[in-house]
Structure formats: C-alpha cells, structure tokens
Write a protein that binds this ligand. Structure first.
Ligand code: SF4
Length: 391
C-alpha cells in the first residue's frame, strides 16, 4: 500500500498531476482496478495526485473516495444523461439561455477531476460535441440580448483553461456593455488549488476584469470540509484579494454531503473564509447517479438539521432543484405536503409561484411529485397536454 504524503511533503507540493487511468491508483487492488475499469469506460474517470492525498484509504466509505473513485453501482440502469433537458434551452452551440438575465457559456469539457455524480457527465463522453471552444456564436447571441446582465462560464470547468484563453473570453465579455457580472462555475479551488497559487497572471487578469460595478463571481463547488485544506484556503484568499467574490454551491450527495454534521461544518468553515453557501442542489436524476441520490424529503430534513448548527451567515443557502421547468426551491415539508416555490422559472407566469404537492418520501425529482388541486403550474399543464395528445 502507498504511504500517505506527510504534512511536509504536502506543503512542498506545488502542482497537481492529472491521472486518467485507474491503473495508476496504487491504493486500489488489481481486482478492484479490473472491476472499476468497466465503469470508467462508460463514465469517464479523471483525478489528480493532490486530490487523492485527501482520501483516507483505510476507510472504504471515505467521502473524497466516493467523489472521484468509480463504483459498480453507477452501471445500474437509472436516469437520463441530460436530466434537465439542457438541449431545449441551447440557443447557440455551447450557449444556454433559460432565465431572462443569465446566459451560460460552456467553454470547455474537462475538469480538475470528475465527480462521479456529475450531471453533465455527457460532456466527457467521446461522442459529445455540445461544448464550443469557439464561443463567438454564444457571444453574438449575448450581444443581441440586452436583457442579459450576467454570463456564467461553465463546462466542464473554465479554470482548466490556460490564462491567455481566459483573458480572451473576459475581454470579449467586458466589451459587451450590458454584461455586468461574469460568473465562473468552478471546482478547481477544491480539485487543484495550485492553479491559483502558481499563476500570478491569472490573479492580474481577475484584478483587471472584476470591477466595482462589474464584478467576477467564483461559483465554487465544495462538497465536504475535507476539501478545505491549507492550500485550498490560500488559493481562495488569492482570488478574493484579486477582487472576485466567492460563493459555494453543491448538490446533496449520498455518502459525501448527506450528513447534517458534514453540511454544518462545511457551511460554518466556508463562512469563516468569506465564501457563503449559496445553493444546495437536489441531485438531478442523471444516468449513473443512482448510488448518489437522496430523496427530497430526507434531504430537506437533513438540511434543516444542519441549519440548526450554523450561524445566520453560514446558513443563507437555498435548497433548490434545477428542473427543466425552472429552479424550484423546496421551502417546507409537513406530514401531508411538500411546499415548493419557483426561484427562477422557464415560463414568466411561474416566476415566484408556489406549488404544494402531496408528500412523497420516495420522490427524488419534481416529476414524481403530484401537486394538490389548484397548484398545477404551466409545466404540469404542458405535460398534461402532451399526455392527452399522445393518448
Ligand atoms: S466539477 Fe462540476 S462539471 Fe466537473 S465533474 Fe464535477 S460536477 Fe461535473
């Protein structure tokens, strides 16, 4: 068995080396490698040597291990590859527009490691061409839509891109006057903090383009307090000192973040370093994700329990489901009902609308919930029409 890196060795480490082949993980037995290789053939595998040092290999249920090491249950026939039907909101290759003010640009198709529960794992598959390295069609679309005041760079992870490439993207976005906010969806501070520690040019770039009334937001993705290492905190501090605002969003994932103690520790520690928890997402019913899913009711009560252990600053999060119909917040559960509210909606009529559904402790997703009479919304009406048409 490989000897874990000592604290001094970790301190000396200045960069992370990517690992794309499960055979290169010495802590796994030959038999495990053979079994898990089949899984990694279906859903891409990638990690790096820094992130692997966070795993306690003595514990088969270690949360960081669950996050990046494949497991055979991913092969269960469950869910869809594009669970929120992102194809339906794609307005140009690599650009999605669902909510009036926000456009997403998918700028690359790789991350610092691959989360086994990723809802965009389809991007990492060989036959996928949704990402556009040439973002000009998306930029043209944004130029023609003055209501768009913020653009989310996503993928994959934009922070994998080289700094000159990011510079070009930032410059093009800053040349569009109505774009006020650039958001960057990234797990790199967790997966590879050296990306920030080692690149002063990147910090200069953030300093140039994050302005008092046109800020850059880092939409960070931390799942577990074990990710908040010394190096990670150093990377976040550099980003903040360069003038960007950091927040955190992550899904509630079985075996990783579905424990109130873990959530409370994560949110409290994030509040100490100025990275407030922004959203907790319900896991999308994505193919391969059955082992990671937590039913809505269970997740709701665990999140409420975690909030009891947090300061007001640490528990500002909203628990939401990124459904095809919109971003739906789960605001309450009682013995009979689940109370939901559209935080963002696909249809203008649904904006801020409440939905009350019959309580269903088995449900993972909005489609499995039944609204009580009077609370059907546009989405359900559309579904109903489609069903009647098909009958
Ligand atoms: S960092 Fe985000 S996009 Fe990348 S694998 Fe994880 S969940 Fe997917």
């Amino acid at each position: 068995m490989a000897i874990p890196a000592t604290a001094t060795e970790k301190k000396k480490r200045r960069r992370a080396k990517y690992i794309l082949n499960i055979d290169r993980i010495p802590q796994l037995s030959d038999e495990e490698k053979k079994r898990l290789k089949q899984v990694s053939k279906r859903f891409a595998f990638r990690t790096n040597d820094y992130y692997l040092t966070l795993i306690n290999w003595e514990d088969p249920n270690d949360p960081i291990r669950q996050l990046v090491i494949p497991q055979e249950r991913e092969m269960n026939d469950w869910g869809r590859l594009d669970a929120s039907n992102e194809a339906s909101i794609t307005v140009a290759r690599g650009a999605q527009h669902k909510y009036g003010t926000t456009v997403l640009l998918l700028v690359n198709e790789a991350c610092g490691a691959y989360c086994r529960y990723c809802f965009r794992k389809r991007l990492f598959m060989n036959d996928n061409d949704e990402v556009n390295y040439d973002i000009s069609p998306g930029l043209d679309y944004i130029r023609e839509h003055p209501e768009v005041d913020n653009v989310l760079l996503t993928g994959g992870d934009p922070m994998i891109l080289q700094t000159p490439k990011l510079e070009k993207i930032f410059e093009e976005l800053r040349a569009i006057d109505h774009v006020r906010i650039i958001r960057i969806g990234t797990k790199m501070p967790a997966f590879n903090p050296f990306r920030f520690i080692n690149d002063p040019e990147l910090m200069d770039l953030i300093r140039t383009h994050s302005r008092p009334e046109k800020p850059i937001y880092f939409m960070c993705h931390f799942d577990h307090p074990n990710e908040l290492t010394e190096e990670c905190i150093q990377g976040l501090k550099l980003i903040q000192e360069a003038g960007a605002i950091c927040v955190n969003q992550n899904p509630i994932i079985r075996g990783i973040s579905d424990d109130p103690d873990v959530m409370a520790e994560l949110w409290n520690r994030l509040s100490y370093i100025g990275v407030p928890q922004y959203y907790v997402f319900q896991g999308r019913p994505t193919a391969g994700n059955e082992p990671f899913e937590v039913p809505i009711v269970e997740a709701y009560f665990k999140i409420e329990e975690a909030k009891k252990r947090c300061s007001g600053l640490a528990k500002r999060t909203k628990y939401c489901m990124s459904h095809e119909a919109g971003k739906v917040e789960i605001i309450g559960v009682d013995h009979q009902h689940i109370y939901l509210k559209f935080h963002r909606a696909k249809y203008a009529k649904d904006e801020q609308r409440m939905i009350v559904c019959e309580r269903n402790d088995e449900a993972y997703w909005l489609d499995q919930l039944k609204p009580i009479p009077g609370y059907e919304n546009e989405y359900y009406r559309e579904e109903e029409k489609a069903e009647k048409g098909a009958a």
